[in-house]
Design a protein. Structure first.
Length: 154
């Protein structure tokens, strides 16, 4: 069973906006903005809604950067995450019940407090590459299997 999710990395010059997840899945980790789709919502609509809800940001132009399938040992569900980059947005990031946003320079991205897969694909996104892959996590969110490749188009 697949569950479609969205994720957006918001970039301003040589910084990216990440949010500290305050509750739910991934709490205590820095992440981009996104999440589940509502009934009848397109990927694009879900991405824009989630970014507004989580950080008060209105995405303008978005570019699809990747698709990654995530699996967790012992869970039959596959999370298909559509990853986007946004460099054109409106609004100032603001803290919400779910996320506390903060800007990070490229050389100070807090990979040690992010999901362990981020260090593999985020540099590709920042370099303007497109990618597809799969990560399988064990019980303690360690990566037990992975495949990531640069692709021409998604």
């Amino acid at each position: 069973m697949k569950k479609i999710l969205t994720l957006c990395i918001i970039q301003r010059n040589s910084e990216i906006l990440l949010g500290m997840k305050k509750r739910g899945f991934g709490a205590g980790k820095w992440n981009g903005f996104g999440g589940k789709l509502h009934e009848g919502e397109t990927i694009d609509e879900g991405l824009r809604r989630e970014s507004a809800e989580e950080a008060g940001i209105k995405l303008q132009e978005i570019e699809k950067a990747g698709i990654i399938n995530f699996e967790f040992e012992g869970d039959p569900k596959i999370l298909e995450v559509h990853i986007f980059k946004c460099v054109n947005f409106e609004g100032e990031p603001k803290e919400t019940e779910e996320m506390k946003p903060e800007w990070f320079p490229f050389d100070k991205i807090p990979y040690e407090t992010m999901w362990p897969d981020d260090k593999f694909w985020l540099p590709l996104l920042l370099d303007g590459k497109k990618f597809a892959g799969k990560f399988v996590f064990g019980k303690n969110t360690e990566i037990i299997n992975q495949k990531l490749e640069i692709v021409e188009k998604l």
